[in-house]
Design a protein around this ligand. Structure first.
Ligand SMILES: *[C@@H]1O[C@H](CO)[C@@H](O)[C@H](O)[C@H]1NC(C)=O
Ligand SMILES: *[C@@H]1O[C@H](CO)[C@@H](O)[C@H](O)[C@H]1NC(C)=O
Ligand SMILES: *[C@@H]1O[C@H](CO)[C@@H](O)[C@H](O)[C@H]1NC(C)=O
Length: 467
């Protein structure tokens, strides 16, 4: 990949880029990140991660107390610019309504930076606009990923000293089901060694449609597909055979073969169902991620973002995918088990994802080694509504929250922008069904059965059923 070798320049210390008035036709001034640029991860090489930072639009506290979110894309090797410009950033790439062949940026009412600061990091080096000075420096395991992220975060906080006190939340999707726990676990370890003045204020981690404990997750596809009505019993058995093989190879620590066996499960499922993607079984075409590629390959867009213009942007890097290939089937479950005791953990999935969806996540939650697991499993799964509309289901006990997002596939914020925003805000602020109070009881106390505004939760109780 060109980006590995093309950079002789050293960007030196952390120099966040500010954008006083630079904007272009493609990139209105309001859409520019508050800061963006590169954070070095290695003092002896040019390797650096690219980031974009968007300050909170309407913070409800002073900025020094306003939560800060880091978003990490999956892959391995996909760019967080996908999250930024296609999922949860303040402006999203869309076809220009008046010239459909051109792309434009449009404000995202469901942006995750309404109340919180939001940092997108192209992770690991070699992904997106990030720079790997040599292929050998690309991480091959989660500890190396976490070490780079930690160095980058420290540089960011050094350059922005007032941010040090802000509550930090690590978020991400899909393969970030590995990165997010690994980074969080690494921060806990570092904090235990650091004086309190230097500790990172980690408050929680959130994973959307994550791959975290593959040996268990890979065994759920057959039964899930059967009960979604996508395969028959014979096909279910075929899939079970393939996924058991993947689980067996994982247990034997034959990491590469195990990964290939998992891919065979997916290929077979696609073949059996004729679906264009496993990310959402309602879709008759895949998510349109290539819009982001097209947009970020435009020279002036790279320039205003402060990205290296000689990088040919790819949404997902094959070089990074190769580097982490042996990591794919390894587990990060034990890291989540530490995090759930010392911070908050949110695991959310889109209802229609066949790849890393609800059933796949619940299967490994049930295997967590955590003293409070039984209490979590016994906790009520509450109906969750946003603005009176059914948005999903939320179950919480202690540090762990599980959320199913209705009407969404793998890319939850793309599919359910407003629900995803309500989810992240309410989870961070401990509000409504994401808080600890028993909403069921409080509704009954308010006499909701007779009231108009709360009635919808109970609507089906009095409906008759018609097929
Ligand atoms: C930093 O770069 C050097 C030279 O390529 C490499 O040997 C070393 O492992 C790198 N360190 C980290 C933390 O990536
Ligand atoms: C559409 O894109 C083309 C090619 O980049 C450009 O020349 C043209 O000005 C654009 N049209 C509009 C209305 O932005
Ligand atoms: C599934 O694979 C078979 C055998 O290779 C092929 O003939 C068939 O067209 C495939 N079906 C789909 C939907 O891709």
């Amino acid at each position: 990949m060109e980006s590995l070798t093309a950079f002789a320049l050293f960007f030196g210390a952390v120099v966040p880029l500010f954008f006083p008035a630079a904007s272009t036709v493609l990139f209105p001034k309001d859409a520019l990140p508050t800061k963006s640029g590169y954070l070095p991860v290695n003092t002896t090489s040019d390797s650096a991660v690219f980031y974009t930072f968007y300050e909170a639009q309407n913070p409800s506290t002073s900025l020094s107390h306003t939560p800060l979110l880091i978003w990490l894309q999956g892959g391995p090797g996909c760019s967080s610019m996908l999250g930024n410009f296609y999922e949860l950033g303040p402006w999203l790439v869309k076809p220009d309504p008046t010239h459909p062949n051109n792309l434009t940026l449009a404000p995202n009412p469901g942006s995750w930076n309404r109340l919180f600061g939001l940092i997108f990091i192209d992770n690991p080096i070699g992904a997106g606009f990030s720079v790997a000075a040599s292929p050998e420096e690309i991480p091959r395991d989660q500890t190396s990923v976490a070490r780079h992220l930690f160095i980058a975060l420290r540089s960011f906080l050094t350059a922005n000293p007032t941010f040090g006190s802000r509550p930090l939340y690590l978020t991400g999707e899909s393969y970030a089901g590995k990165y997010v726990p690994a980074f969080g676990y690494y921060l806990l370890e570092q904090n235990s060694r650091l004086p309190s003045s230097l500790r990172i204020n980690l408050q929680g981690v959130a994973i959307g449609d994550g791959l975290t404990h593959p040996v268990t997750q890979v065994t759920t596809h057959a039964v899930n597909a059967y009960f979604c009505g996508l395969v028959n019993r014979k096909q279910q058995t075929q899939l079970e055979h393939l996924q058991n093989e993947a689980a067996k190879l994982t247990s034997e620590e034959k990491w590469q073969e195990a990964r290939e066996a998992r891919n065979k499960v997916f290929d077979t499922l696609l073949n059996m169902t004729g679906l264009p993607t496993l990310y959402d079984f309602r879709r008759n075409k895949p998510y349109e991620m290539e819009m982001v590629t097209e947009f970020l390959q435009i020279e002036e867009v790279k320039e205003v973002l402060g990205a290296k213009t000689n990088i040919v942007f790819e949404v997902c890097s094959d070089v990074v995918d190769d580097a982490l290939s042996e990591d794919v089937m390894k587990s990060s479950k034990f890291m989540v088990e530490q995090l759930v005791k010392k911070s908050k953990v949110l695991l959310y999935q889109g209802q229609f994802d066949l790849q890393d969806g609800v059933v796949s996540t619940l299967a490994w939650i049930e295997q967590m080694e955590w003293e409070e697991l039984e209490m979590f499993l016994e906790a009520e799964r509450k109906v969750w509504e946003v603005n009176g509309l059914l948005s999903g289901y939320v179950q919480r006990w202690g540090g762990l929250t599980h959320a199913v997002v209705s009407g969404a596939g793998h890319l939850v914020p793309t599919d359910q922008s407003l629900s995803s925003q309500a989810m992240i805000e309410d989870w961070i602020l401990d509000k409504d069904v994401f808080g600890n109070e028993n909403i069921g009881d409080s509704i009954l106390e308010q006499g909701a059965f007779g009231s108009e505004n709360k009635g919808s939760i109970f609507r089906t109780l009095t409906n008759s059923f018609r097929d």
